[in-house]
Design a protein around this ligand. Structure first.
Ligand code: LHQ
Length: 259
């Protein structure tokens, strides 16, 4: 249900249930989680690129998995979130390495919100983001109720979530919800180049940068200044800092090792 390939320090994870627009069943959940865990564990992985196969990125939960017409007990969606979505969301946010998301087509429901949890989001111009939850009586999950108001503000977050209107990638870029919308045929070339550039970077410092920027949402300026001091202390002891300064002084390109 996913494809994972490691090249030039980039673990490319491709959601791979194209017939179902890469919607999540339990198998794909566990495979995605294992792949991101692998990115945590393996030092040679220095960036992740997440994308989808076929014409969609991810249509959220596989709704065929929970057909109410089949009867059975009332679904426990809280359990589904605790067991499947939330651990993956936390893993992406806590991974001390950059995660690039290449949204190749429609991203709906939890599929959209997983994209917004990634560090740099590129999307094909033809892609759309849909907070599909309200269409089926649910609330935004997979971190969307947290990320949307923070990124685009309450008015736009509420309108998207209450109406489930599709948001074109170009508007998402104009609103700062994603980094860039790109012509469809350039998406994967650019996303791969970006992920490889990040993978060749000072990984330790990039990981600390990610943590710092994420911490800002819940910290005061004083706390943030203290955290910057601590992170800079750590970054300043890295081999990559020594290499970065040496390369600058020698007027050459730095060769970072990620340490
Ligand atoms: C699908 C799906 C899908 C199964 C397309 N499931 N087959 C968390 C906790 C627990 C439970 C519930 O949910 C959650 C979080 C969530 O993510 S809730 C939101 C779930 N997602 C949705 O409500 C989106 C449902 N999909 C759609 O609205 C449309 O498919 C979109 C707008 C994404 C794309 O529309 P189209 O481009 O017109 O494609 P399509 O609808 O024709 O879909 C293509 C195929 O993919 C089709 O199958 P078929 O056999 O007819 O070719 C769809 O049935 C299948 N598919 N999404 N979520």
């Amino acid at each position: 249900s996913i494809l994972a390939t490691l090249e030039n320090g980039v673990l490319q994870i491709t959601l791979n249930r194209p017939d179902k627009l890469n919607s999540f069943n339990e198998e794909m959940h566990m495979a995605l989680r294992a792949a991101i865990q692998r990115a945590h564990d393996e030092p040679e992985i220095r960036a992740v690129l997440l994308t989808g196969s076929g014409r969609g990125f991810c249509a959220g939960q596989d709704l065929g998995d929970r057909d109410p017409r089949k009867g059975g007990p009332a679904p426990d969606l809280g359990h589904t979130l605790d067991t499947f979505y939330n651990p993956t969301l936390r893993l992406i946010r806590n991974l001390p390495k950059p995660v690039v998301c290449a949204v190749n087509g429609v991203a709906a429901g939890a599929g959209a919100n997983i994209a917004f949890a990634c560090d740099i989001v590129l999307a094909a111009e033809s892609a759309k983001f849909i907070q599909a939850f309200s269409k089926i009586g649910l609330v935004p999950d997979a971190g969307g109720s947290w990320s949307l108001p923070r990124i685009i503000g309450e008015p736009r977050a509420k309108a998207l979530a209450l109406t489930a209107e599709p948001l074109p990638a170009t508007t998402a870029a104009d609103w700062g919800l994603i980094w860039k919308a790109l012509p469809d045929d350039q998406l994967m070339t650019e996303a791969t180049a970006l992920a490889q550039r990040l993978a060749a970077g000072p990984t330790l410092g990039l990981g600390l940068t990610k943590q710092l920027i994420q911490a800002a949402a819940s910290q005061s300026l004083d706390q943030q200044l203290d955290m910057e001091r601590d992170c800079q202390q750590t970054a300043g002891r890295s081999a990559d800092y020594a290499e970065g300064v040496t390369a600058f002084l020698e007027k050459r390109k730095a060769e970072f090792t990620g340490k």
